[in-house]
Structures are given as structure tokens and as C-alpha cells.
Design a binder for this molecule. Structure first.
Ligand code: ZN
Ligand code: ZN
Length: 251
């Protein structure tokens, strides 16, 4: 695959949640839908929304290593997902870094302004509202990736993955036929409605996702009941009771 093809393939998946762990699993669990803005014709002078950003080809000028400051490379087989420092004198050499963490470092250095922080209404980029958990580099959202630290915050503090604000005791999730929760975090009802109206493929014909109203106690994190003290790293959320007791929308 060329860089352009890789970028396009990724861009069609608005949120593959756990792709940073296992891209093959994510593509099975969350099938790609059509880009909801795919039919838009870019105005004169505007960059095409499907044009790969420069950092897809060479991330080095954009993403400095947090340890040594040298430009990071894409990791083999994790292009567009994980970066790596190739400076053999660096204490982080060879250790991979997810995009969101490298982007966080850009913002910490003042190289980029954070745009998808908690708030309502959501900022719109490339014609779509940008969720709280979506990393953004220089105005280009990483639609297929999630901000790991923000997902952990949403999980531990019962916050909304779309707006970042706290959730009521009952909130909404999108689950697939295996009971996996999309992006392993919940949403407000209005945030769910906004997501499914701007990304109709989420619940449209052919989608294996369905919406479900849940409480925290309905959810398992890595197969265990969610603990009150919270997890240090992101857990994979499932809603097992929905798996067998309710009908799933089929193509
Ligand atoms: Zn380094
Ligand atoms: Zn919300």
C-alpha cells in the first residue's frame, strides 16, 4: 500500500478504537463505512479532504522525540499509528510511541494548539465534528485513532467520549455483535445522536453496531467488573449481557 492508500483506508474508519492495540481485530470488529463527506467537492484553494498530510510520508519534521528531540519515524507495519525514535543514542530508541502521545508532546512544546478538548459544541474539521478522544495534528483529525489518556479519563471518571463532560448514571454506547464497546467509552444521548447523524454508517444498513443504554455496572473492562479506583491503562470494554439477550441489526 502506498502512503496515500494507507491514509485513505484509515480515513474511512471514523473510530476504530482499539486499533492501536491490534489493527486486524479493529478492522474486523468495526467495519469501515463510507466517508460521510466523501461526496463533497473541495472548494478552490482548499486542500482535498482525502489528500494525505505531509506527516504521513515523513513524520520527522512534525513529531520530535520527547527524549532526544530528533524527528520520529513511522514504525514498520504500524504506519500512521505508532512512531519510533531511530537515534541509537536516545534512551527511548526503538520504543514505539502512539500518535496521540507524540501529538501531546507537540502541544506541550507549543508546536500545535490543542483543538479537541472537552466542550460543546464540538469543533468541526474536514466537515465533521471532532470528538474529545480524537487526536488532531495541525487541524487534521486522526479519525481512526484515539487519544489514549483521554480514553482512560473517560473510563475512570465516567466521561463522554464525544464532549468530554461527565455522564449521568445511565449513558449510551455503541456495541458490535460481540458486545465490544466502540472506543471503549460511553456517550451522552445528544452526543450519540450527533455522532450517528453525522456518521450515518455507524448505525446504517450493513452496520454491525447497535446503540445501547447502559450503567457502569453493565460494563466489563478487560473481562472484569469496572473497579471504582479506576484503571491505569485503557481497558477493553464489553457489554456481555447485550450479546445474547437482544437482537442485533443485520445487513
Ligand atoms: Zn529519541
Ligand atoms: Zn457528551
Amino acid at each position: 500500500m502506498t502512503v496515500e492508500q494507507t491514509w485513505r483506508a484509515r480515513s474511512t474508519v471514523h473510530d476504530i478504537g482499539d486499533a492501536e492495540r491490534d489493527p486486524r481485530r479493529a478492522s474486523r470488529v468495526y467495519p469501515a463505512g463510507p466517508r460521510s463527506h466523501g461526496g463533497q467537492v473541495p472548494k478552490d484553494g482548499m486542500r482535498s479532504t482525502t489528500e494525505a498530510p505531509e506527516w504521513c510520508l515523513d513524520p520527522r519534521p512534525w513529531f520530535p522525540c520527547p527524549e532526544c528531540g530528533e524527528g520520529l519515524f513511522w514504525e514498520d507495519l504500524q504506519h500512521g499509528v505508532q512512531l519510533i525514535c531511530a537515534n541509537y543514542q536516545c534512551s527511548s530508541a526503538g520504543m514505539s510511541l502512539p500518535v496521540w502521545r507524540a501529538q501531546q508532546h507537540r502541544e506541550d512544546l507549543g508546536l500545535d494548539a490543542p483543538v479537541s478538548e472537552a466542550g460543546w459544541p464540538r469543533p468541526a474539521l474536514e466537515g465533521l465534528p471532532v470528538p474529545y478522544i480524537t487526536p488532531v495534528t495541525s487541524g487534521r483529525p486522526w479519525w481512526g485513532l484515539t487519544h489514549g489518556a483521554r480514553v482512560v479519563r473517560c473510563q475512570n471518571q465516567w466521561c463522554c467520549q464525544v464532549c468530554g463532560f461527565g455522564l449521568p448514571p445511565r449513558a449510551w454506547v455503541l456495541v458490535n455483535t460481540f458486545g465490544d464497546v466502540l472506543s471503549s467509552s460511553a456517550m451522552h444521548e445528544k452526543c450519540l445522536q450527533m455522532s450517528t447523524s453525522t456518521c450515518p454508517h455507524l448505525l446504517g444498513p450493513g452496520s454491525r453496531l447497535r446503540q445501547a443504554e447502559v450503567e457502569r455496572s453493565d460494563i466489563l473492562g478487560d473481562g472484569e467488573p469496572l473497579s471504582e479506583r479506576g484503571a491505569l491503562t485503557r481497558e477493553h470494554w464489553t457489554v456481555p449481557t447485550l450479546n445474547t439477550s437482544t437482537s442485533i441489526s443485520t445487513p
